[in-house]
Design a protein around this ligand. Sequence first.
Ligand SMILES: Nc1nc2c(ncn2[C@@H]2O[C@H](COP(=O)(O)OP(=O)(O)OP(=O)(O)O)[C@@H](O)[C@H]2O)c(=O)[nH]1
Length: 300
Amino acid sequence: MNERASEQKCGFVAIVGPPNAGKSTLVNALVGQKVAIVSPKVQTTRARLMGIVVEDETQLVLVDTPGMFTPKKTLERAMVNAAREGAAGADLVLLLVDSSRGLTDELEDMLRWLEEIGAPKMLVLTKVDIAKKDTLLLLTQRLNRRGQFIETFMISAKNDDGLDDLKETLVAAMPRGPWHYPEDQVADISSRLLAAEVTREKLFLQLRQEVPYASAVETETWTETDSEISIHQTIYVEREGQKAIVLGKGGSRIKEIGTASRTDLEDMLGKRVHLFLNVKVKADWSERADMLEAFGLERS
Ligand SMILES: Nc1nc2c(ncn2[C@@H]2O[C@H](COP(=O)(O)OP(=O)(O)OP(=O)(O)O)[C@@H](O)[C@H]2O)c(=O)[nH]1
């Protein structure tokens, strides 16, 4: 422990909210680099990921949770559990609500769910850059009427609006205590898992309809020198037809996915990356405990 340890503050902030509310985008913006994957499709985030922010003597551990929804399959149950665990152990819970969308049934379910969580809660209205003023004000009023939130913020992660204020408030709310992570650590998932998530983000960005939801990515090997990293990943899909879609005509789609993922990985890792992608059909991957564990999720 260093001599500043007695002045240190550290706490966990759970980021919860309906699918697509902008949770991962906020985590990345506060951390200042990409630690969570983002796409316009709902349910992109599957595991519980942590982003770590240091501000003077305070370490904020942001727990990015999957968007909550009604689970049907094993994979979905594991995602909902990951969100619940993230909120249960937190010092503070931020409910993120897409302010361009208004009050939805999904949000109502979530408000009821939050009532059972003991930690103090703050409301964060996201995407104010695309919200209508009337919708925003009405939504704020209706959500605050329930008396659950100790503070309300309006932010646009896209325009960097309201983020400093939010960060300052979070820092002030953290309890005294030693840091949980080394000073230079920005995420608590392994590089292998993060690399798999980056490729999965490209599947979400480049493929339509059900294919991204039927896909999972595993990093199989990782070989690193001072200047280069060789990564082999397997993309699992559920059916032959989906494999053909991921590969594309003459392998063109998988090539594009690989290039996009490699470019991001090189930026994130600061080294030259050689990325090798392989596609396999495994019909039941989302029901198999061993596979969910390999993708950073535990079975419910
Ligand atoms: N206009 C605008 N779009 C935003 C903003 N923040 C996030 N988005 C977009 O909203 C979409 C969803 O963002 P994510 O950060 O993936 O949302 P999420 O809540 O983590 O989603 P799940 O993984 O489904 O739980 C993406 O297309 C983002 O680019 C914002 O401040 N303004």
